[in-house]
Design a protein. Structure first.
Length: 206
């Protein structure tokens, strides 16, 4: 009797152990997070308000704190006015914000200013409507991608090996320093251009 009971209990424990769920794997490393800010403008204006300047200071502080390696600075307009005029106005707004970021200590090479005109409204409206939320510049900053940093440093090594003794000033010198400082975003296109112009093979990019 007791022997049979022991066999039944052992069998039940074995079945229970087999039915335990597999351990949950640890979460994959998260991708670099994006920090975004919006700077708003008055109608038909590219002037910065006090509130806009405060937002720009926050974006600059985030960059200098090290969580951001590059900033995309995209200007927009509402749908009042012609497409051509609004495209130019959106770029003026983006340029004004870029200049303000530079005054706050963000390197100009780390900022890409783009004008989108009225093509990407935050609030959908009919043509000709003056919508305050569409008159804006969006700032998006992205953390350093480890693969980009490795690629940048591989290009820097190639540059130094073949060209460093003769052409290490100007744009090249700045790009090399940015790679070493862990800021690959502005350096990568410069080094790609320089190596391609010198007919040197680019390293593989993962």
């Amino acid at each position: 009797m007791f022997r049979k009971l022991g066999v039944v209990m052992a069998t039940a424990l074995l079945v229970s152990a087999c039915q335990q769920p597999d351990p949950v794997p640890p979460p994959a490393p998260s991708a670099p997070t994006a920090a975004s800010y919006m700077v708003f403008f008055d109608f038909n204006s590219a002037a910065l308000s006090a509130q806009a300047q405060g937002t720009i200071r926050q974006a600059a502080a985030a960059y200098k704190a090290g969580g951001t390696s590059a900033i995309t600075d995209t200007g927009h307009t509402d749908r009042s006015g012609s497409d051509t005029y609004n495209l130019a106005l959106s770029l003026r707004r983006a340029t004004v914000v870029k200049d303000a970021l530079v005054r706050e200590g963000v390197p100009a090479a780390a900022i890409t200013a783009i004008g989108r005109g009225e093509s990407q409204p935050l609030v959908q409206t009919a043509d000709g409507v003056r919508e305050p939320q569409n008159r804006r510049v969006e700032l998006a900053g992205y953390g350093t991608n480890p693969n980009d940093l490795a690629y940048c440093r591989a290009m820097a090594a190639t540059y130094r090996r073949y060209l460093g003794t003769t052409q290490s000033d100007g744009d090249a010198g700045l790009a090399l320093a940015q790679c070493e400082a862990g800021d690959p975003a502005p350096a990568i296109p410069v080094l790609e251009r320089l190596l391609t112009d010198a007919r040197l093979r680019l390293p593989p990019r993962v």
